[in-house]
Ligand binder design. Structure first.
Ligand SMILES: [Zn+2]
Length: 273
């Protein structure tokens, strides 16, 4: 296994909910297999702007993807672009906005829902366009992509936590249970991914508030988890990780970018160390 990365973006998952409801991920941290960090998302705390931040390292103000209604291609060099330039294989099981940002826009479900297009930045995709598309189905889509195409970079992006938050709010059993369900679903796949040596990054775009929305600066909207799983991670304490650090972190994990401990605060071990 060389340099393969699985990036999981759990849409709308607040840090506090992750730290209290994700029992399996917490067990991995207790075993020293994973480490949980807290980071503040960039602003506004909205989905499409922050997909762009996670996948390009560029903040919404600078990327111009400043709200969810902007349906153009990104103008940045995303993780998918950089991976393709390095002859790596890319795949995503994700909401259709990801296809719009990095492959083709507007999204045409007949053409794009199942993507097999080696010439595109995301070569292999299973995209969905309903917020209640079940997370366990989405994970099955992702696992199918992983087994069929053996991607070097696989993005997995389920939506049910965010969907529950918009219906019931941050402080609700429905929102918390959606997080618990995502944790249990991930626990079905993580042991094999870990055993196969994947470098696994699990995070969220933004959190959720009690008004059943997000976009601003409340802690529950802005604080999101970052779980790092795999032998390349130092698991050192770190309080200053930014959402824009995920992009260089993943590039380093993929072997595209030289490891630079200074700017990533020692999150990654030297190869062979
Ligand atoms: Zn949302």
């Amino acid at each position: 296994m060389k340099n393969k990365v699985i990036l999981v973006v759990l849409d709308g998952l607040a840090y506090e909910t992750a730290s209290t409801c994700m029992g399996y991920l917490h067990a991995l941290t207790a075993q020293g297999i994973a480490r949980l960090y807290r980071l503040e998302c960039e602003l506004p705390s909205l989905s499409r702007p922050l997909y762009e931040t996670i996948l390009t390292g560029v903040t919404p103000v600078l990327s111009g993807i400043s709200h969810n209604g902007i349906t153009r291609n990104s103008t940045q060099q995303s993780l998918f672009h950089r991976a393709r330039s390095a002859q790596l294989i890319t795949a995503a099981a994700a909401y259709h906005w990801i296809s719009e940002l990095y492959n083709r826009t507007p999204y045409d479900p007949v053409r794009d829902r199942f993507t097999e297009a080696p010439e595109l930045p995301i070569q292999y995709g299973c995209f969905y366009h309903r917020d209640h598309y079940p997370d366990d189905h989405l994970l099955l889509d992702a696992e199918w992509l992983r087994r069929r195409h053996d991607p070097d970079l696989l993005l997995i992006h389920p939506m049910n936590i965010d969907d529950a938050g918009h219906k019931a709010g941050f402080d609700s059993s429905a929102y918390r249970n959606a997080a618990r369900h995502a944790d249990a679903t991930l626990s079905h796949y993580l042991p094999e991914w870990i055993a196969n040596g994947y470098r696994i990054v699990i995070t969220a775009d933004h959190g959720m508030n009690n008004d059943r929305s997000h976009g601003g600066t409340l802690p529950e909207e802005r604080e999101v988890p970052l779980y790092l799983i795999g032998e390349r991670f130092s698991q050192a304490p770190h309080n200053g990780i930014r959402q824009t650090d995920i992009y260089p972190l993943v590039l380093t994990l993929l072997g595209i970018r030289e490891c630079d401990n200074a700017d990533l605060g020692g999150l990654i071990r030297e190869v062979g160390a």
